[in-house]
Design a protein around this ligand. Structure first.
Ligand SMILES: Nc1nc2c(ncn2[C@@H]2O[C@H](COP(=O)(O)OP(=O)(O)OP(=O)(O)O)[C@@H](O)[C@H]2O)c(=O)[nH]1
Length: 338
């Protein structure tokens, strides 16, 4: 008896990178874009927030990067996703792999569905794996959130659909917490491979081109996966974006941000910004995840480039006016006698 060798799957593999706000998706993306793995990767990035910041946080790379910032990839801009994928396929010889970074609030299911519902896409692209980043220090709080009826818990969905789970930020959680996170992950997705990490420092072979997405497993867990079209977001999570020209007084900024996140950090899930500090030749990049705040200098301000500040807060019960007023008061000129 002769066996025919299985036809080689020539379709382009696609990795969907998901995980809650601040879990480390962009950190992993930057590793993927800078490490020498020999793959040419096209990146599609979707960001939640009124002011786009991530384009500036993704390292300069030769790869093609498409931004989708006008809505959530799992609902309003799904048509855009299909269009971008279609456009990419017309330049198929330019890359070997596609990577889609979803927003921290996206449900990965509708994104995954895209690769099975559209015949043209299904013929040319293969969903390789859904890779979910988990913030070991903050995830339990989001898994425990009580949502209004009919509203899904994004953090749970992201873990449920993971083919590979990067348990990130283990440096910020004690052993007991990490153990509890693993236990909770297992109750949501018993078979997923868990990869512990700090700063998403993983062996990329564990997540790229792994052929881990398994439609049969997904359908066994969720028989309506291919037919479900409705899902409801938690609309109580919103964003406030600020875009303000001028230079900031560093001391005022530190005092304001420090107090803000200390007092409101339970509700402010995520904050990030590119700022102009008075007297600094470089941009200042700050990143907050709940109460934890981190900042460093980024690239130089270019000659003639306007010094301005772009920042975004994402969370619950955000007081837009107070945030705008508080931030404006950090300008170096604020309160100065004219
Ligand atoms: N201490 C610590 N910080 C980390 C680790 N991984 C990432 N970070 C920091 O956490 C912050 C958020 O990381 P990002 O990679 O931007 O997270 P993200 O998931 O892309 O965030 P969103 O796009 O807002 O959803 C940044 O300040 C990172 O430097 C880690 O393992 N340990």
């Amino acid at each position: 008896m002769t066996t025919t060798p299985e036809a080689r799957d020539e379709r382009v593999p696609v990795t969907v990178l998901t995980g809650f706000l601040g879990s480390g998706k962009t950190t992993l993306l930057n590793r993927i874009l800078t490490e020498n793995h020999g793959l040419r990767i096209a990146v599609i990035e979707n960001e939640f927030g009124e002011v786009g910041i991530d384009d500036a946080l993704v390292l300069d790379a030769e790869e093609e990067i498409f931004e989708m910032n006008n809505g959530c990839i799992c609902c309003t801009v799904r048509g855009d996703l299909i269009r971008i994928l279609g456009a990419l396929m017309r330049r198929r010889e330019k890359f070997d792999h596609i990577l889609i970074e979803t927003t921290g609030l996206a449900d990965p299911a509708p994104v995954a569905q895209t690769f099975f519902m559209d015949d043209e896409i299904a013929a040319q692209l293969r969903l390789d794996a859904i890779v979910t980043l988990v913030d070991a220090a903050h995830v339990l709080q989001h898994l425990d959130e009580v949502k209004p009826e009919g509203v899904e818990n994004e953090a749970v969905e992201q873990i449920a659909f993971a083919d590979r789970l990067v348990l990130n930020k283990t440096d910020l959680a004690d052993e007991e917490t990490v153990g509890e996170v693993v236990r909770r992950v297992r109750t949501i997705n018993s078979g997923v491979r868990i990869i512990p990490a700090q700063h998403a420092g993983i062996d990329l072979q564990q997540v790229l081109d792994v052929g881990a997405f398994d439609l049969e497993r997904v359908l066994a867990d969720d028989p309506s996966f291919l037919t479900e079209t409705e899902h409801q977001h938690d609309t109580t999570v919103t964003s406030v974006g600020i875009d303000l020209p001028g230079e900031l007084d560093e001391n005022k900024l530190n005092a304001w941000l420090g107090t803000l996140l200390r007092t409101k950090g339970v509700d402010i899930f995520r904050s990030k910004g590119i700022l102009a500090l008075a007297g600094a030749p470089k941009q200042y990049v700050f990143q907050g995840v709940h109460m934890l705040l981190d900042g460093q200098f980024g690239r130089d301000w270019r000659d003639g480039e306007e010094r301005r500040n772009r920042l975004v807060f994402i969370g619950r019960n955000l007081d837009r006016q107070a945030l705008e007023r508080g931030f404006a008061a950090c300008l170096a000129t604020a309160g100065a006698v004219a």
